[in-house]
Design a protein around this ligand. Structure first.
Ligand SMILES: C[S@@+](CC[C@H](N)C(=O)[O-])C[C@H]1O[C@@H](n2cnc3c(N)ncnc32)[C@H](O)[C@@H]1O
Length: 268
């Protein structure tokens, strides 16, 4: 897993791009409720990656700890915050063993994260351990509509793989989010989910193909090379036959979803 992120560190932002106004809305959704409750709060993001979520919050001057176990992802983040990182700390560590005191932080943020961690139970326990009473756990993710040309191309690839005898597993992220939600409820928390932003991305079939070819999405990582190569060649052929102009852009409708849980306050 770590090595996959080292490989995609410099292209990651392209696959999960947020327009600036969307980044701003996400930053506000994460900071406003915390600021209402605590003075000068400290935020921790586990699996902060290249800082898509972190950078806009750091730029607003919040105390922010960006934690990741991948040095290449953190290096991209380090370069981005070079000028604004006065109150930011970049920490290379495993989210399953957080190097922070119990009850010391005001908010923990996990975006596109749980499905990548086998031992997510432990990472969740750790997140709740470091939060102070009344602290916030935020989980975020993007969802795209399933009617875009990009989705159609991915479905076509899945079909090609299946004809070659390989079953592509998708939907791990959503399945994991449901497991985490159940765990939160077992901890007697009350997770609430809402959409905080939506936007349209324009993407051409050529770019959709490139993203699969470069194995940027985690659902492509397990496909063995000997199956991957011919399946992508067949997909490229199908795209050439199906789209007269492979550079023509089609819309993808994205939503950013945020699930918030708040630790109870001590009585009295
Ligand atoms: C899909 S990226 C998400 C990055 C960022 N949260 C975002 O939404 O742009 C997931 C990140 O989690 C990191 N990661 C995976 N397992 C981890 C672990 N056990 N501890 C810390 N970071 C981890 C990866 O290195 C990667 O940078």
């Amino acid at each position: 897993m770590t090595s996959h992120f080292s490989r995609v560190a410099f292209t990651y932002d392209r696959t999960r791009y947020h327009p600036p106004e969307v980044s701003g809305r996400i930053a506000t959704a994460l900071t406003a409720p915390v600021e209402k409750q605590f003075r000068d709060p400290v935020f921790l993001e586990i699996g902060a990656g290249t800082g898509r979520i972190a950078v806009p919050i750091i730029a607003r001057g919040y105390r922010y700890i960006a934690l990741d176990n991948n040095p290449a992802m953190l290096e991209v983040l380090r370069q981005k915050v070079a000028g604004v990182a006065r109150k930011a700390r970049l920490v290379e560590a495993d989210a399953c063993e957080l190097p922070f005191e119990r009850g010391s932080l005001h908010a923990v943020i996990a975006v596109h994260f749980w499905h990548l961690v086998d031992n997510w139970h432990q990472a969740l326990r750790e997140s709740l351990r470091v939060l102070r009473p009344g602290g916030f756990l935020f989980e975020g993710w993007e969802q795209s509509d399933e009617e875009s040309e990009d989705w159609r191309i991915q479905q076509k690839w899945k079909e090609i793989l299946s004809r070659q005898g390989y079953t592509l597993v998708r939907g791990r992220h959503q399945a994991r989010l449901a497991e985490v939600e159940k765990a939160l409820i077992r901890y007697r928390l009350e997770p609430k989910t809402r959409m905080v932003a939506d936007w349209i991305e324009l993407r051409s079939p050529r770019v959709s193909l490139e993203m699969l070819t470069e194995r940027i999405y985690s659902f492509t990582w397990e496909v063995p090379e000997e199956v991957f190569r011919p399946s992508i060649a067949e997909l490229a052929q199908w795209i050439a036959q199906t789209y007269p102009d492979p550079d023509m852009e089609y819309p993808i409708h994205w939503k950013f979803m945020l699930r918030s849980s708040r630790l109870p306050q001590p009585l009295g």
